[in-house]
Design a protein around this ligand. Sequence first.
Ligand code: ZN
Ligand code: ZN
Length: 348
Amino acid sequence: MLAIRKTKAGPGGLSVDDVAAPKEAHSTDVLVKVEAAGICGTDLLIYKWGEFAKRMKLPTILGHEVSGVIEQVGSDVKGLRPGMRVSLESHLPCGTCYTCRRGWAHVCPKTRYPGVDFDGGFASFVVVPESVCWPVPCGIPPLQAAMMEPFGLAVHASLEGSGVSGLNVLVSGCGPIGLMNIAAAKALGASKVIATDIHPLRLTAAAKMGADECINATEESVYKTVRSLLGERGVDVAIDYSGQAAALKELIQSITHGGELRLMGVPSHDILLNLEEWLFKGLIVRGLHGRRLYETWERSTSLLVTGRVDLSSLVSHRLPLSAAEDAFEMALNGQSLKILFEPNGTCI
Ligand SMILES: [Zn+2]
Ligand SMILES: [Zn+2]
């Protein structure tokens, strides 16, 4: 079968190889025939060989945003059977550490990731533990099912803390997950959703996903525009996907006293922030990662299956695995929204 592998340490180092397909699933594992698999920021980090990637043993098949149909189950699998469509959770927590036992498995320090710590889904077939398979109801088509992992981040960011219902929400950074967050926040009852980014293409998409106002941060001050829209009150919640110091500074100014800043975007280096303003405003700052296992999946599924959120317009490219190099370059230069590979041909 064809598979996209990271074969060499350092930037680039991708190769599309013909490798032996896994034939069997043992014990609690499941063999999945991949329908669609999305490129995510973590894959780009691996491509660029950022710090996080250096834990990898090469070669490894990439890909952790995956949907597919179960081909075979191991002898100890209890809840799944061949023919079921599944979407994959990308975190495989240890299940036994203090964090996992407190119910915080989504931030388990010993988490392993498909496509990083073992072979992932940029291939015709993937073998994964039963525990990371989420059964997908037939109302959710394969392409949307492949986006449930990143959508889960957006739903998680919308539900944590005071949630979004009846609140004014500012989403900073309109890459695919920021765009999903706009739709999730609207569907979960946010009053006004304001989006900000520096790319016009992404701001156009933000409006399509339901943003009430879109601010191009290269042309106007986010803080001043929020003030002109909402007055002194500002936004109740700001969710950052940019990880940029300049954006965070404006968000902190834009949030109401006692409001919430939720951090999703990972800064690439240490950044300097004025904590004095943060402190005197009584801001609640939350670092967020992953999705609640599996409460967030339950909530995400109902948003998609009822049609309250439709992610299909976020797919900008559907490509075969052989187009890996072009796909990664497109994802890097910001001229795409969600890029999905279809390893076994076009999905319907
Ligand atoms: Zn991801
Ligand atoms: Zn753990």
